[in-house]
Every structure is written in C-alpha cells, then in structure tokens.
Design a protein around this ligand. Sequence first.
Ligand SMILES: Cc1cc2nc3c(=O)[nH]c(=O)nc-3n(C[C@H](O)[C@H](O)[C@H](O)COP(=O)(O)O)c2cc1C
Length: 193
Amino acid sequence: MDTIRVAALVGSLREGSYTRLACDRALAVADSDDRVETDCIDLREFDLPVYNSDLDEPGDSAELLDRVERADSVLLGSPNYHGSYSAPLKNALDYCGFDEFEDTTVGLLTVAGGSFPTGALDHLRIVARAVNAWVLPHQVAIPNVSSRYEDGELVDEDYAERVDTLGRRLVEYANIEPSPATVESESNVGADD
Ligand SMILES: Cc1cc2nc3c(=O)[nH]c(=O)nc-3n(C[C@H](O)[C@H](O)[C@H](O)COP(=O)(O)O)c2cc1C
C-alpha cells in the first residue's frame, strides 16, 4: 500500500490562528484514511528570512523545500490580509517552485475576520498554477471566522463540511495524472544571473 502524503502550509504565525485550526481539521480528516501520512508545516517553527535569491539555502529553507516536495497534496492555508493572502505564506512560496509543486495537488483555504474572504483564494490559485500545481476546484473560505469557532472547535456545520470535504479531496486527488510540463518550467527558473 503506497503512502499518500498530505501536508498543510499554514500562513498565519498567530498563536490562536483560525487558519491553523482549519488546516488541522482538514489534515485530521485526511489522516483518517489508513494510507495517509500528514504533515503540518507550521511556519512559526521556521527561520525563513525574506526571500533573496542571492542567498544560498538560508535558514531553514532546505527543510521547508524538502517537506513540501515530499507531499503528494499540499493545503495552502492563509488568513485574509488586506483582501489577499499573508506575507509569511508568500515568503514561503517564493522559496518554492516547480520542483516542489509540479505534479502536486493543491488545496486552498482561507479565513477572514470580515465578510469578503475570497481574494486570498483567487490569488493563491494563480500562484499555484504558476508553478504548475494541480489545484482542486473545491476550496474553502471562512468569513467572520471568530463567530464560527467555540473553544477551538469549528461549530458552524456548513463550514465544517466544506473543510472536511477539502480534507477528503486532498487524499482522493493526491495522485492525479501529472500535467505536461509548462514552457515556464523550463524558462522561469528564478533570478539567476
Ligand atoms: C494585516 C491584517 C489585514 C487584514 N485584512 C483583512 C481583510 O482585508 N479582510 C478581512 O476580512 N479581514 C482582515 N483581517 C482579519 C484577519 O483575516 C483575521 O484576523 C483572521 O482571523 C486572521 O487569521 P488567523 O486567525 O489565522 O491568524 C486582517 C488582519 C490583519 C492582521
């Protein structure tokens, strides 16, 4: 039985992050399948300087790349910051590229303090497609997020079902037929001289 590796990259550094809680829930659903191994990539645990292509493997970037690359499916979770996704997640994604995401299934999840959470999902979908990831159509945006949680538990049944479905789909579509390499994967290799 081949192991299916499902990771979540959590884009909030906040101690009581709803993004992390929602990602943990999706991972727990994925983990209920015997074939699955999960990995919560918590960026609080990483020394990850702002990306600078002059620096060779700074801080814990090698570990980040290794853990993302190993995953068959990666859930990108982010708080909505100013209508988009967060700087910690953007920074982590800038370290990554085709090597980490090509042939990888990606799920998208965002939480927002307010009522219009979808911008982060739209922007993350563009970034994920730019590195030729295969992005699940089903995605989760939880608006007014603090009202949906009680004592760390997602008590809104509709949103809980959306998160659970995302967890299942990350497993179901973990090993899809890879797309052909894009032209960009040959030419868009970063800012090397
Ligand atoms: C810098 C910043 C910008 C934010 N911008 C928005 C926003 O544009 N729309 C919104 O609904 N909430 C916004 N929020 C609220 C966050 O989405 C909300 O606090 C969320 O719970 C943070 O995610 P976390 O719990 O995972 O840390 C913002 C919060 C911060 C700190």
